[in-house]
Design a protein around this ligand. Structure first.
Ligand code: SIN
Ligand code: FE2
Length: 202
């Protein structure tokens, strides 16, 4: 399948032991910075995905202040914990960007969660790609162009797959239409974890 320019899909990039090690590292992150339910700016509508972050900066959203990066967890007020070393290594192997990532957004999808079509555009540095890692159940990922109404195409992301949104594709609209239950044995209680590594400041 031909993806729009700048979008790369690396199916099965992470082997099972690497996926297990990442899940373990993410459990440590979540123990320090619990998953919480983000809400949309303006409407205050709850998202179906639960979120946390690691790194010096984390992406957050709330009704009053909208989408932004901040240094502290919005519920506990504590600084985010560090990005696990495995993720820095992955970034240096595939992002092709000299500076390290500053934020790792952790999205947890239970089997009926989804994520509407959106752009990742809250970063000041748009030269760096967004590196996205899928763990657990398979999802149907949708990607379009630079305008919300552009044609989209959909493909499945399985555990261990990586997607890069870079170059001309950095601001492509994308979203997750659905999760396919019981398609992976990686996560004991099902669901899907998506990690996105981002460079925020120039
Ligand atoms: C996101 O766009 O933040 C998440 C994408 C995904 O879950 O694959
Ligand atoms: Fe996104």
């Amino acid at each position: 399948m031909l993806l729009p320019n700048g979008i790369r899909h690396l199916p099965g990039y992470l082997d099972r032991p690497t996926q297990e090690a990442l899940v373990k590292a993410i459990r440590t992150v979540v123990a320090e910075a619990p998953l919480y339910t983000p809400v949309m700016p303006g409407t205050g509508k709850e998202m179906s995905v639960r979120m946390t972050n690691c790194g010096p900066l984390g992406w957050v959203t709330d009704k009053q202040r909208g989408y932004r990066y901040q240094q502290n967890h919005p519920v506990t007020g504590r600084p985010w914990s560090g990005i696990p070393q495995q993720l820095f290594d992955l970034w240096s192997n595939i992002a092709g960007y000299e500076k390290p990532p500053e934020a790792c957004l952790v999205n947890f999808y239970d089997d009926d969660a989804r994520m509407g079509l959106h752009q990742d555009r809250d970063e000041q540095d748009l030269a760096a790609p967004v590196l996205s890692i899928s763990l657990g159940n398979t999802c149907l990922f949708r990607v379009g162009g630079l305008n919300r109404n552009d044609r989209t195409l959909s493909f499945k992301l399985s555990s261990g797959d990586i997607v890069l949104l870079g170059g001309e594709g950095r601001l492509s609209f994308h979203g997750v239409d659905r999760i396919y239950p019981a398609t992976s044995t990686l996560l004991k209680n099902g669901g899907r974890i998506n990690l996105t590594l981002r460079r925020v400041t120039p």
